[in-house]
Design a protein around this ligand. Sequence first.
Ligand code: XMP
Length: 515
Amino acid sequence: MGRRETVIILDYGSQYAQLIARRVRECRVYSELLPWDTPGEEITKLNPKAFILSGGPASVYEEDAPSLPPYVIESNLPVLGICYGMQLLAHHLGGRVAPAGRREYGPARLRVLQPDPLFEGLPETMQVWMSHSDRVEEMPPDFITLACTDNSPCAVMVHRTRPIYGIQFHPEVVHTPYGRNIIANFLFKVCGLDATWTPGSFIEESVARIRNQVGDGKAIAALSGGVDSSVAAAIVGKAIGKRLTCIFVDHGLLREGESSRVLSLLRKHLDAQIVLVEAKERFLRKLRGVTDPEEKRRIIGEEFIRVFEEEASQLKDAKFLVQGTIYPDVIESRASATGKAAARIKTHHNVGGLPADMRFELIEPLRYLFKDEVREVGLALGLPEELIYRQPFPGPGLAVRILGEVTEERLRILRAADAIVTEEVERAGLAKELWQYFAILTPIRSVGVRGDARAYDYVVAIRAVLSTDGMTADWARLPYELLARISGRIVNEVPGVGRVVYDITPKPPATIEWE
Ligand code: XMP
């Protein structure tokens, strides 16, 4: 197998930079998104075959504007500059960039002026998405204009003899309908790359790399039942089999029947040893009397680590620890290290976030995958859809869906109500369309009538949201009939609940979870 070829995407701060990486990978070509000032030695290690320069908020003529590393042009590899990336090429190669008369934002009609491999198979005019205030006023020497819009006389430029392209619009966003084709043309027609980066080739490479890293050693992994930790364990299991021990901690905060269902799926599909730790009592004891949401999260995170450490210490010869870190985590933590990250609202302790002083060497097989790629790899590894398409579930479990103190009794009520929500949403065939759907137990009690008697019971809230990444969300317009069935069943079947309400708040300003 040849060395993996990489398209390097230099990140100049565009909100769409991750999307460029995803589009390239959708073409089955491996790409990585790196900060624009990444040293050349690091780039060389990745076996680069082309560069894409992202957009960004700066102006090239500002002092301290992010610049073009010399290796990009010196490498003689193909280059595609997008928006700021185009302006950077123009500025650097002797052209002139200036503020456009007015800021151009939104759809524009692109007219192709000259045939080129970049536009092969595409119409002569097409809609594209613009978002810029500067533009190229004078092209650098030896460049020609390939396409224009009403506002940008030079919307696409190319060097006469070398594969260096600049495009003013954003091919990576869905509002540029032929954007995918343009990116594919760049990769296949201009760069001559092959579409060889598939889930199968990824698994093959990873297995070889893990075998090499672990040798005849042993590894451990924490399983939460979530997609990432399951897929990470499955790859490592494929590489080293029973020398991997997976620890599944049941903290007693899972949904109805969840721990046994997930465990039996994992036992069936993972080639590894699986240890179940029943730690319900420990967690509930620690949570007694605690009502503050962040305090609950902290206690659960810490207790999880304790339990895991105790189990791990019994496996003395395990030197490696598997973690389900995925690419967005890597990109975000890199951005926060340079002070660029978006503010975080809640601490998302992932089950498996372990202290630095544990003396393990890390195996992070999913470190360079986006979430949908993790799912594809999981399916290619033979994991069942039931595991791969599970709805996201917070590490601290039902504790953040019980407002106030977590007790056995409240867990019982919430589990029963939540099971009804799940059952009815699935029966209505809506499960796949929704990002999440669940019940919340509020600490509020309200008055009702049961028979002829006054009742005073808990209020349960239902949350069902649509989202693509969990960062923003809207409440789902569930059919009234479905809501009626859910509410009717909960008040009739779950003792202790007297009223059901539906949460109609988007994120932001509300979060998806209630705590
Ligand atoms: P929020 O409530 O912040 O949630 O809008 C966004 C997404 O993250 C999930 N979530 C968590 N996931 N550990 C996790 O692994 C956590 O502590 C945690 N808290 C929230 C939440 O279910 C939603 O999908």
